[in-house]
Design a binder for this molecule. Structure first.
Ligand code: GLU
Length: 320
């Protein structure tokens, strides 16, 4: 089977340094196996500018030397497709319209909090057959399993198990304005784009059981997941602007060599024996996602400086 991976950023207008690491891992896994690496812009929030974001990503990819296969897929151009799939779930009785008002939902949440329960939709419209209340545009919810477990073999974390009763409810797949939610679009697109291996940050781990519910509802094959632990700053807090530049192109402006940045990023969480220096060609040859660490990694500025100095020296040597 051909390996197909993807990078699926939500547009922010620049390529985030943590995003580049995820993209690099996905790219390397595809290239190592003679597969395909796809790029999808998750721009269903129409208020953001997807063209600019895509250009920023392409510019950064070009600078570091990653190339993606095929055309960029824009989720904003696929609303009709998502609608068809939502309708299919409605027709098959696997999803339903929920007319709960915001006030009702708030009241339910308050009651649950008072009882120290996890806030959770109570399924009141799951089997509703009456006349819908007027003046409410419904959301669409999936009929999720209420008991049992959802489990999968994560390529990094190993066997992951979720108790449906603890983590699921009939979650929303389309908002009242008809726009589809992230879990719905990501599932449809990964399946239709033929993605076999999903490598992404472990901040998405809690979304995975929801996506598995949707894969099963549609009868799609569930891909292999790899949830990569986050990058922390040297103070142990999640990487953010105060630890340094977040925009990949900022590193170009600051005088870093693209090879140094890639080498630095590939070693944030991945290892190959005791090796430290990897050209892109070497990474492509030896990358194996099962050697990605389970624990979070630390952004170490002096290591980046050291690698940059190494590649600058190599450049002087080559040209002299
Ligand atoms: N668009 C999501 C994000 O930027 C990515 C989702 C995924 O990789 O599944 O976080």
């Amino acid at each position: 089977m051909m390996i197909v991976t993807r990078f699926a950023p939500s547009p922010t207008g620049y390529l985030h340094i943590g995003g580049l690491r995820t993209a690099l891992f996905s790219y390397l896994f595809a290239r190592k196996n003679g597969g395909k690496f796809l790029l999808r812009i998750e721009d269903t929030d129409l208020k953001r500018n997807s063209i600019e974001a895509a250009q920023a990503i392409e510019e950064a990819f070009k600078w570091v030397g990653l190339e993606h296969d095929g055309e960029i897929v824009y989720q904003s151009s696929r609303f009709d497709l998502y609608k068809q799939y939502i309708q299919k779930l409605l027709d098959e009785g696997k999803a339903y319209k929920c007319y709960m008002s915001k006030d009702e939902l708030d009241a339910l949440r308050k009651e649950q909090e008072a009882r120290k329960e996890r806030p959770k939709y109570d399924g009141r419209y799951r089997d509703f057959t009456g006349t819908p209340p007027s003046g409410i545009e419904p959301v669409i919810r999936i009929k999720a399993p209420t008991d049992g477990v959802i489990e999968f073999d994560d390529g990094i974390k190993g066997r992951v198990k979720f108790n449906c009763a603890d983590i699921l409810d009939d979650f929303i797949i389309a908002r009242s304005d008809g726009t589809p939610t992230y879990n719905l679009t990501v599932t449809i697109d990964d399946a239709l784009m033929g993605v076999t291996d999903v490598i992404r940050g472990d901040d998405h781990l809690s979304n995975t059981p929801k996506q598995i519910v949707l894969y099963n509802a549609f009868g799609f094959k569930v891909p292999k997941f790899y949830h990569v632990a986050m990058i922390n700053g040297s103070d142990g807090a999640k990487l953010s602007k105060r630890h340094g530049a977040m925009d990949v192109m900022e590193y170009k402006r600051l005088g870093y060599m693209p090879q140094a940045l890639l080498n630095f990023l590939v070693r944030l969480g991945w290892s190959h024996g005791d090796d430290e220096i990897f050209s892109l060609a070497q990474m492509r040859k030896c990358f194996d996602p099962t050697h990605i660490s389970k624990s979070s990694s630390t952004f170490n500025q002096s290591k980046l400086e050291w690698l940059n100095a190494h590649y600058i020296k190599e450049l002087d040597f080559d040209s002299g």
